[in-house]
Design a protein around this ligand. Structure first.
Ligand SMILES: NC(=O)c1ccc[n+]([C@@H]2O[C@H](COP(=O)([O-])OP(=O)(O)OC[C@H]3O[C@@H](n4cnc5c(N)ncnc54)[C@H](OP(=O)(O)O)[C@@H]3O)[C@@H](O)[C@H]2O)c1
Length: 270
């Protein structure tokens, strides 16, 4: 099937996916459509990625057979409700809005057979995305579409809605923000010890990217095995790790993950 893919909402997530799909030649710019509340981001995407701009969300729904809802969760109902009857039964509608459950989407678009809830993260822009999706159990159309569109941008997993999906959201989507928090302290510490800011940033990024890339290349080795390989008894890594454990980094992380999960639940209930 030839996909005409439309985005309602041309913000960060839309831009990350457009970059990934066009960069990887999964989609051609002429088959990507974008609409937005205000025109600035459409213009930018037209200039940078040569995609098709739509003046209204309704125009976009007419043009696309796969529609991604990439507005903030609090804007989703206002964006879709007025044009809900324009959606066709055979269109694949993919919501990326955090906390909006499938039941809510079904209520909003009852005529649509292929509704999908996706959780994504912005490393999709560099083909290192992590995606989870949930949909009706036997929806093979959606499975095929997810394989074709999302697999080239990273790791894709079908999950049950509920606890596994919530954990995925916290660890991989909010998780990107948590990792940047660590990276900020990493860089600051280097700067405090005399390194130039630019060098400190590069070193921090290389350390995180290098550790992650090595772990990926070393699969199926476990992370603990990899850690043991860089930790000699009584060495400097061991000394630092001992302190991290004494200060209960695990408890701190678990607490922060649970707090984020709680917020995800609150958003679902709003
Ligand atoms: N960014 C992430 O890392 C991330 C991760 C996981 C999931 N998500 C999900 O992805 C979705 C988008 O997030 P984002 O970070 O891309 O948000 P964003 O950068 O704020 O983009 C949202 C866009 O939606 C537009 N919009 C709002 N109401 C609209 C309407 N009625 N019609 C058309 N466009 C409308 C906004 O237009 P204006 O330019 O006029 O404001 C804005 O450009 C959210 O639901 C979020 O939960 C994001």
């Amino acid at each position: 099937m030839k996909e005409n893919v439309g985005f309602i909402g041309a913000g960060n997530m839309c831009q990350a996916l457009v970059d990934g799909w066009i960069g990887k030649s999964v989609l051609k710019p002429e088959s990507v459509f974008v609409s937005n509340r205000t025109p600035g981001k459409i213009k930018k995407l037209q200039e940078n990625a040569h995609v098709q701009g739509c003046a209204t969300n309704e125009e976009l729904v007419d043009a696309a057979n796969v529609i991604l809802l990439t507005v903030k969760p609090q804007d989703l109902i206002a964006a879709i409700e007025p044009i809900a009857t324009s959606f066709r039964a055979d269109q694949i509608v993919i919501s990326l809005a955090a906390g909006i459950q499938l039941a809510r989407l079904r209520k909003l678009l009852p005529q649509c057979s292929h509704l999908v809830r996706v959780m994504a993260n912005t490393p999709a822009r560099v083909l290192r995305g992590t995606f989870a999706y949930c949909t009706r159990t036997d929806d093979l159309v959606v499975d095929l579409c997810m394989d074709r569109l999302f697999k080239p941008l990273g790791f894709t997993l079908r999950l049950e809605e509920g606890e596994p999906f919530e954990a995925f959201t916290v660890a991989t989507s909010a998780g990107v923000g948590f990792i940047y928090e660590f990276m900020i302290y990493w860089q600051e510490w280097l700067e405090e010890h005399g390194l130039e800011s630019e060098d400190a940033q590069q070193m921090t990024i290389q350390t995180f990217a290098g550790a992650a890339e090595l772990a990926l290349k070393s699969l199926p080795q476990s992370l603990s095995e990899l850690q043991a390989k860089v930790t000699s008894k009584k060495g400097i890594t061991a000394a630092g790790l001992e302190s991290l454990r004494e200060l209960e980094i695990e408890r701190l992380l678990r607490y922060s993950f649970e707090k984020a999960a709680l917020r995800d639940r609150e958003l679902s209930q709003d």
